[in-house]
Write a protein that binds this ligand. Sequence first.
Ligand SMILES: Nc1ncnc2c1ncn2[C@@H]1O[C@H](COP(=O)(O)OP(=O)(O)O)[C@@H](O)[C@H]1O
Ligand SMILES: [Mg+2]
Length: 343
Amino acid sequence: MPAEMIEMPPLLEVQGLVVTTTGSDGKVVRLIDDVSFTVNDGEVVGIVGESGSGKSLTMLAVMGLLPYGLEVAEGTIRWRGENIVGLREREMREIRGREIGMIFQDPMTALNPLRRIESQLAEAIRLHQRMSRAEAKGRVHDLLGRVGVKEAAKRAHAYPHEWSGGMRQRAVIAMAMSNDPALLIADEPTTALDVTVQAQVMKTLEKARAELSSALILITHDLGLAAQNASRMLIMYSGRIVESGTTRDIFLSPAHPYTQGLLKSQLTARDDRAYAIPGNPPSPRLRPSGCAFAPRCELSRGRSICVDVRPALELRPHGSRSACHFAEEVGIAVPVEPVGSEA
Ligand SMILES: Nc1ncnc2c1ncn2[C@@H]1O[C@H](COP(=O)(O)OP(=O)(O)O)[C@@H](O)[C@H]1O
Ligand SMILES: [Mg+2]
């Protein structure tokens, strides 16, 4: 590897991340179990998986915002090459405020309902940038304009409840953009919104990202949404990454039966007989010792290696990484009609 490539660390590099909690019975449960990935400058990475797969906890660990009782038990999280696990809250807050912009599912978690939108956004800016109150307000109007709020100077005087859900999420995107972050993290940014405004808000987010030329981690249970926006994807299941690769590789030749199942549900979502992966993900407490997906897997069907041996995430011939003992059989087990195959 040439020396200049070694000198530039990725923006974010997570290695062997394990997040645990201790139950009332004293048993240590691994909610996030050995997760590794990198995000480079300007890159859009999707994290996809069913509810409970560990998407949000992975990101909360990165931001140093794990809920009480949960801890990073193993692994490193490097921000521009520096391990930030165990950093003091004051230092962590610096990174979060300046370098990482956060957008969560419910805009009301980010907005204070008792304060006017203008003043709370201005305050968020003044926390990290030297600016007069009037200058900060000017910047708020500019930012709101950029996320598609018309007549921002007039409307920013409102309280959050006076704005619609879609408008509130635009305000949160504006707030996340305010300090020119190198990374935006959006956790289910459109899930709580009306279907009619989801696409507009997503477009706004993508436009904001492009303007900042920041990286984006897009967390979603919606494989299609991730595919439309991300060039690379991590597929999570039961606290682990089960497949990772470029969006193209994953769509053309998924190498994990879980990904295949998600794809099939996605492609048949508008059909009368939409496909759903049978069963439910295991609770982290009751995760099988072998492959966690095996009980639901059409490919495993009780094969003993799936029950006994946890598959490692390994590079496959197609280019993606898969944690499946039978990765090369995936395409055969559950065929998906390629889109536009008649061409
Ligand atoms: N505060 C907590 N205490 C104990 N378990 C938690 C806590 N938060 C999340 N979990 C568990 O960790 C797992 C991953 O949760 P989460 O990251 O929120 O999933 P996702 O965002 O993919 O829906 C789930 O099984 C969830 O029940
Ligand atoms: Mg979540």
